[in-house]
Design a protein. Structure first.
Length: 334
């Protein structure tokens, strides 16, 4: 979903129709008027010109391995990713005006998005002028319309708009849950809708599992987790899902704060209550033509092409690791 899609005149009749449908279903006392809706299709972002970003340390998954968290990015105009300020001398990425970065949670078999995946939750940020940000969230609401994701957009840092977004996303979650679970679904949707709470700008990695409920990963200068992690061969495991893929990947080693502690990849934590850190042996993975490592290199090549020279210099080692690596698009992968 680009920054202009939900504001075009072509979309206005659709938005009016969605409001009418909501009024019919819920009555006039508490109507739902979604800000935007898009097809519930895991390939939507690929078709809309977004690029998927794959990190060496993958996102957590469900116990059966069928849960997927993918990150997509789209830039508008000639803007380049640059360096921002934050954690001392550590280089941090900063998104340009017009950047749209979205996290998509889906369920389905396979390692790459397909039409068979069911989209469960979408959360993104559009970066505007003067460092402004627009958050957005979309979810399925099967009682409104099959095959659609319905959602809300709101500016960061405006309490009244945050409250409106929380209310709306809770109502949408109710319409996708069985009646007995509707209240719980609404409360959970509203709890995870506090995007600013998680996406602090230039926040360091959480080194202990008791440090809080937000992700263990640190953020870049724009408050994002997944873009900068593409350029890092190490990163913390998360424990907000049942399992971590690194448990089954032969090119990742787990380390703890204490050398005598043991790490659980399934739980994403160490016996000393430190965060388990995965260290990826990218050179070995690329030598073995591992599909995941090759997808990482495709992502790094895209980032290099869309970053300014300061970023290219700061992350020269990460970009250099992928020189000569074949593109996954030219290979047959599982």
């Amino acid at each position: 979903m680009t920054g202009s899609e939900s504001r075009t005149s072509r979309d206005r009749p659709t938005c009016a129709l969605s409001a009418l449908v909501a009024l019919t279903l819920l009555g006039c006392k508490n109507p739902i008027r979604p800000d935007v809706h898009i097809p519930s299709d895991a390939l939507y972002w690929q078709r809309a010109g977004y690029t998927q970003l794959v990190s060496p340390v993958d996102s957590p998954t469900s116990a059966d391995g069928l849960l997927h968290i993918t990150t997509w990015i789209k830039l508008v105009g000639d803007g380049k990713i640059s360096l921002g300020s934050g954690l001392g001398q550590a280089p941090l990425l900063r998104m340009p005006e017009g950047a749209d970065v979205v996290r998509v949670e889906s369920h389905g078999a396979g390692d790459t998005p397909s039409r068979q995946w069911s989209v469960l939750d979408v959360r993104g940020t559009i970066f505007g002028a003067n460092e402004s940000e627009i958050f957005y969230a979309l979810r399925p609401a099967r009682q409104l319309a099959q095959g659609q994701l319905w959602g809300v957009r709101w500016p960061r840092g405006v309490p009244a708009e945050q409250l409106r977004a929380d209310t709306l996303i809770g109502q949408i979650a109710r319409l996708s849950a069985p009646p007995r679970q509707a209240q719980q679904a609404a409360e959970r949707a509203q709890w995870i809708n506090q995007c600013a709470r998680c996406h602090e700008h230039a926040r360091g990695m959480r080194v202990r599992v008791t440090d809080g409920f937000t992700p263990h990963h640190g953020t870049d200068a724009s408050g994002l987790f997944s873009v900068q992690s593409v350029l890092q061969n190490h990163g913390p495991l998360e424990h907000n899902r049942a399992d971590n893929r690194e448990r089954r990947w032969p090119f990742a080693d787990l380390r703890c704060a204490s050398p005598t502690a043991t790490a659980s990849a399934r739980e994403g934590r160490c016996s000393d209550q430190s965060t388990a850190i995965a260290h990826v042996r990218m050179s070995e993975a690329l030598a073995a033509r591992d599909p995941h490592a090759l997808r990482v290199c495709d992502s790094r090549r895209w980032l290099r092409a869309h970053s300014d020279q300061a970023v290219v210099s700061a992350f020269a080692q990460a970009f250099g690791e992928c020189e000569g690596a074949p593109s996954v698009h030219n290979l047959r992968t599982p």
